[in-house]
Design a protein around this ligand. Structure first.
Ligand code: VGL
Ligand code: ZN
Length: 194
């Protein structure tokens, strides 16, 4: 585990019912295991004066992100539904940054891609971290091969010292090995995998 201090933020990525509950529409095997790992780290980060932030996949009912509209995913995390809610057992101790709200894929907690123009725009996350004088990030949640990966890669390129906690992530593995390849890509980008 990385050293945690007051300049550390824990980013809890998409620990939502559709990914983390066996009844969820895009259930990630073992996803429910991320909750207790997150809660333990939340406690530890807060104890040393660090901060906690959450991301939440938050889609409209129809979006090119979903299979029915040409994407690769079953319908999931539709705003204001049970599936989009953060897991009930997850301790909430900081701001929640929503993504995907405008029909973009929104895999990263840091950026949104406009589906029409392809342009990327920042979410509020980097500003929130800057305002809190955060220098180091510890990332966990769902899923390793999509939102955790994109968020960690953006974090590293924004200059944060970034660690992904292996015990606190799970992969979709749409194609077998996606999770392992995501870990390799993160390592190559300078992300620590702990
Ligand atoms: C995610 C697939 C589709 C994720 C979000 O949170 O990793 N994966 N939407
Ligand atoms: Zn999604």
């Amino acid at each position: 585990m990385p050293d945690l201090d007051g300049s550390t933020a824990l980013i809890v990525v998409d620990v939502q019912n559709d990914f983390a509950d066996p009844a969820g529409s895009l259930y990630v095997r073992g996803g429910e295991m991320t909750v207790s790992v997150a809660n333990d780290l939340i406690e530890r980060v807060l104890q040393v004066g660090g901060r906690v932030f959450y991301t939440q996949d938050w889609h409209p009912e129809r979006t090119p992100h979903f299979q029915i509209d040409g994407g690769v995913w079953p319908i999931h995390c539709v705003r204001d539904t049970w599936g989009a809610e953060l897991q009930a057992a997850l301790r909430i101790a900081g701001p929640v940054v929503r993504k995907g709200s405008n029909g973009e894929d929104g895999y990263s907690g840091f950026t949104m891609r406009d589906p029409a123009t392809g342009e990327t725009m920042p979410t509020a996350l980097d500003d929130l971290l800057q305002s809190a004088a955060i220098e180091r990030l510890v990332i966990l949640g769902l899923a390793t091969d999509h939102c955790v990966k994109s968020t960690a890669l953006d974090a590293a390129s924004l200059g944060y010292q970034t660690t992904v906690v292996r015990a606190g992530i799970r992969a979709v593995d749409l194609v077998a090995g996606d999770g392992e390849r995501a870990l390799d890509a993160m390592r190559e980008a300078g992300v620590f995998i702990d």
